[in-house]
Design a protein. Structure first.
Length: 145
């Protein structure tokens, strides 16, 4: 049996949602990391993934199963036991996740700075078609949808 998952393995303030690199949905990469050490039960996966609802975890696991990234094994026991495990294809994502994490360590501060500059830099307002600009000419219609 694999070691229990560390409830603190994912930093709650991790800016993964701002990463320009995404594998699957918001949670797929984290589920892959949780399954790296071997098969896990649904309740085990929920420990480090505190922010995920059972419904979304189920959807993520089903999508991973559909895409051939994970297998679901149901055991005929009482109480019933179901385990999820990475497939060989799913394990190939670990290399991508490691690369994304390395990129993030090296470049995320610069990315966040660029976003902050973009958010705080005033942008000129687009004129509606036919409205006069400050120069007195009408805005061209190709600027407005």
């Amino acid at each position: 049996m694999a070691e229990p998952l560390d409830p603190e393995m994912f930093d709650p303030v991790c800016p993964s949602s701002v990463m320009p690199i995404q594998i699957g949905d918001k949670w797929t990469a984290m589920v892959v990391i949780c399954l790296e050490g071997g098969p896990r039960r649904f309740t085990e996966l929920r420990v480090p993934l505190r922010g995920i609802t059972p419904k979304v975890l189920t959807q993520t696991l089903r999508a991973m199963e559909r895409d051939g990234l994970a297998t679901r094994t149901a055991y005929d026991e009482n109480p019933p036991r179901v385990e999820y495990e990475l497939t060989d294809l799913g394990r190939t994502l670990l290399t991508l996740i490691d690369a994304a994490r390395a990129w993030s360590r090296d470049h995320l501060p610069a990315l966040l700075e660029a976003r902050e500059r973009h958010e705080t830099t005033p942008r000129p307002a687009l004129l509606r078609a036919g409205e006069p600009s400050r120069s007195g000419t009408a805005a061209s219609t190709h600027l407005h949808r």
